[in-house]
Write a protein that binds this ligand. Structure first.
Ligand SMILES: *[C@@H]1O[C@H](CO)[C@@H](O)[C@H](O)[C@H]1NC(C)=O
Ligand SMILES: *[C@@H]1O[C@H](CO)[C@@H](O)[C@H](O)[C@H]1NC(C)=O
Ligand SMILES: *[C@@H]1O[C@H](CO)[C@@H](O)[C@H](O)[C@H]1NC(C)=O
Ligand SMILES: *[C@@H]1O[C@H](CO)[C@@H](O)[C@H](O)[C@H]1NC(C)=O
Length: 441
C-alpha cells in the first residue's frame, strides 16, 4: 500500500501515514475539542422539553413540521399522530391513525426469513406534504413497502368510492428493511426518493415518480450508486430569472455515503457524496430511456485542517439558502463521522461547503473507469456538447444548442460512464470544522 502514486483522500501521503498513527491523533483530538456556541442541558428552564409517547407504540422515526396548521406529524411503527404544536405532550388533543400490517402479510414476511417480532411490521419511512389537502406516506409494511394518501382535515387514509384505502406500490420509493437509510422529497407533486428497490436491499435507486412527469430512475447496470446510505435530499430553484415559471435549471440534490470505488487502496473505503439531477429531466429517447440523463455525483470531503484526518461518513445534511438570497449563496452543512476512528468514544465533525465549490466540481472535469482494471482516471479528452449532465434550459434551446428537450445520443452515451466528477469538494476553509468526541445527530 506504500507504492501509492495517486493522492489519497486527495490530500497526499500525510493522510495515509496518519492512519498508522491514528492512536496519536486521537490523543491530540480530545485536547482541542470545540465546544458548541450554544448548548442546553436536557430540560433546561430556557428550553423545556415536552415528551410525547403512546403506550405500545415505538419507533417514532418520521417527523413532519407543518407551520401552516401548527401541527407536528409523527410517523411511528403501525401508527401516525398529528400533534398540536402548543400541546405536544398531550395525548387528548392528539389525532391518531393506525396503519397495521395484516397478519397474512406479516406471516409472508416471516416465511421469507425476516423477524416476526421486529422486521415484519409497518414502519413509517416517508411522511411528506403532497399538496394543501394531503400528505403522502409510505411504510415498510412487513418488507413489502406501500404508500398512501392522508387527508389532513380528517387525518385519515384516503379511500376510493368503494371505501377501499387508496394504496400504491412503495417499491423504489420506500425501503423494504426498516433499518435502511433512505431519503425522499416532494417537489411540485413529484416524489424523488433515494432508496433500494428490492427485498434483498442490494439494488439502490434514485427514483422519481408520482405527478405528471415521466418516471425516471438511476441505471443499475452502470453502477451509478455503490451500496449507498442516503441521509438527505434538497430542492434548489436555480433557474434564471429567479422564480422563472419554466424552472428548467432547477435541481434536486441527494446526500449519501457509499463505497468509494475510485479508492482501490482498501477494499471498502467509504466516501460521502453529493449527487444531483435536473427537475426538467425527461429521460432519453433512444439511449437512457426512462433513466436519468442528468445524474452526476461528486465527493464531499470533511477532514481536519491540520492533519487531514478524514471524517468520511456523512450522517446528515442541512441545506441553508439564506432568506432573500440567490441560490448561489446556498451553504451545505454536514455532520460527519469517520470509518477509521478507534478511540474510546466515537467522534463527529461538522463541515460546511459552499454552492460555489459544488458548482465548480459539477462544471469541472469528469472521471472515467478503465473497464478492465477497474481503475478510475481523470478524463482529459474533449467533452461532447451540450455539456453532459447539464440541464437543458430554455436559454440553450433559444441558442439552438438542442432542438428538443432531449440531449443528443452522443451526450447520453457519455453520461452513462461519466457520472463521477474529478474535483473533490473540500470543506469551506474559512469556517472551522467543529469536532467532538461525541456522535452528533
Ligand atoms: C386514537 O384516537 C381515538 C379517537 O379519538 C381514541 O379513542 C384513541 O384513544 C386514540 N389512541 C391513541 C393511542 O391515542
Ligand atoms: C391533493 O392530492 C390528492 C391526491 O392526489 C388529490 O385527491 C387532491 O385533490 C389534491 N388536492 C389539491 C388541493 O390539489
Ligand atoms: C377530506 O376529508 C373531508 C372530510 O371528510 C372531505 O370533506 C374532503 O372532501 C376530503 N378532501 C379530499 C381532497 O378528498
Ligand atoms: C425500533 O425500536 C426498537 C426499540 O427502541 C429498537 O430496538 C429498534 O432498533 C427500532 N427499529 C427501527 C427500525 O427503528
Amino acid at each position: 500500500m506504500w507504492t501509492i502514486t495517486r493522492p489519497m483522500w486527495g490530500l497526499g501521503l500525510e493522510a495515509a501515514a496518519l492512519l498508522l498513527v491514528g492512536y496519536l491523533w486521537f490523543v491530540t483530538a480530545s485536547e482541542d475539542d470545540v465546544t458548541p456556541r450554544i448548548s442546553f442541558p436536557y430540560n433546561a428552564l430556557e428550553r423545556s422539553a415536552k415528551l410525547f409517547s403512546v403506550e405500545g407504540v415505538s419507533n417514532y422515526t418520521s417527523l413532519l413540521l407543518s407551520l401552516d396548521d401548527d401541527t407536528l406529524y409523527v410517523g411511528a411503527r403501525e401508527a401516525l399522530f398529528a400533534l398540536r404544536l402548543q400541546d405536544i405532550g398531550s395525548t387528548q388533543l392528539t389525532r391518531n391513525l393506525t396503519w397495521e400490517t395484516p397478519d397474512r402479510k406479516r406471516e409472508e414476511c416471516s416465511f421469507k426469513g425476516k423477524s416476526f417480532k421486529t422486521d415484519c411490521f409497518n414502519y413509517i419511512k416517508i411522511l411528506l406534504h403532497l399538496n394543501s389537502t394531503h400528505l403522502y406516506v409510505c411504510g415498510t409494511y412487513a418488507f413489502s413497502p406501500i404508500c398512501a394518501y392522508i387527508n389532513t382535515s380528517t387525518f385519515s387514509l384516503e379511500k376510493d368510492e368503494k371505501g377501499q384505502i387508496v394504496l400504491e406500490d412503495g417499491r423504489s420509493r420506500c425501503p423494504f428493511n426498516p433499518d435502511y437509510q433512505s431519503t425522499a422529497i416532494i417537489v411540485d407533486g413529484e416524489l424523488y426518493a433515494g432508496t433500494v428497490s428490492n427485498f434483498q436491499g442490494n439494488e439502490p435507486v434514485i427514483y422519481r415518480s408520482l405527478g405528471g412527469g415521466p418516471y425516471l430512475k438511476t441505471e443499475n447496470s452502470l453502477n451509478w450508486l455503490q451500496d449507498p446510505s442516503f441521509v438527505g435530499s434538497a430542492y434548489l430553484q436555480e433557474s434564471r430569472p429567479p422564480g422563472n415559471p419554466v424552472g428548467d435549471d432547477d435541481k434536486v440534490y441527494f446526500f449519501f455515503s457509499e463505497t468509494g470505488k475510485e479508492f482501490d487502496f482498501f477494499d471498502n473505503t467509504i466516501v460521502s457524496r453529493i449527487a444531483r439531477v435536473c427537475k426538467g429531466d425527461k429521460g432519453g429517447e433512444r439511449v437512457l430511456q426512462k433513466k436519468w440523463t442528468t445524474f452526476l455525483k461528486a465527493q464531499l470531503l470533511c477532514s481536519l485542517p491540520d492533519d487531514g484526518f478524514p471524517f468520511n461518513i456523512i450522517q446528515d445534511m442541512f441545506v441553508l439558502r439564506p432568506d432573500g438570497e440567490a441560490w448561489e449563496n446556498t451553504i451545505f452543512y454536514g455532520v460527519f463521522t469517520s470509518q477509521w476512528y478507534t478511540g474510546a468514544s466515537s467522534s463527529s465533525a461538522v463541515c460546511a461547503f459552499t454552492m460555489a465549490q459544488v458548482e465548480r466540481a459539477f462544471n469541472g472535469r469528469y472521471r472515467e473507469v478503465n473497464r478492465e482494471t477497474q481503475q478510475w482516471y481523470t478524463y482529459n479528452h474533449p467533452v461532447p456538447e451540450p455539456r453532459p449532465g447539464a440541464c437543458v434550459t430554455n436559454t440553450a434551446r433559444d441558442q439552438g444548442i438542442t432542438s428538443s428537450l432531449h440531449m443528443p445520443d452522443k451526450v447520453l452515451n457519455f453520461v452513462k460512464d461519466h457520472f463521477l466528477m474529478d474535483n473533490v469538494i473540500r470543506m469551506y476553509r474559512t469556517l472551522p470544522v467543529l469536532k467532538a468526541n461525541r456522535t452528533f445527530t
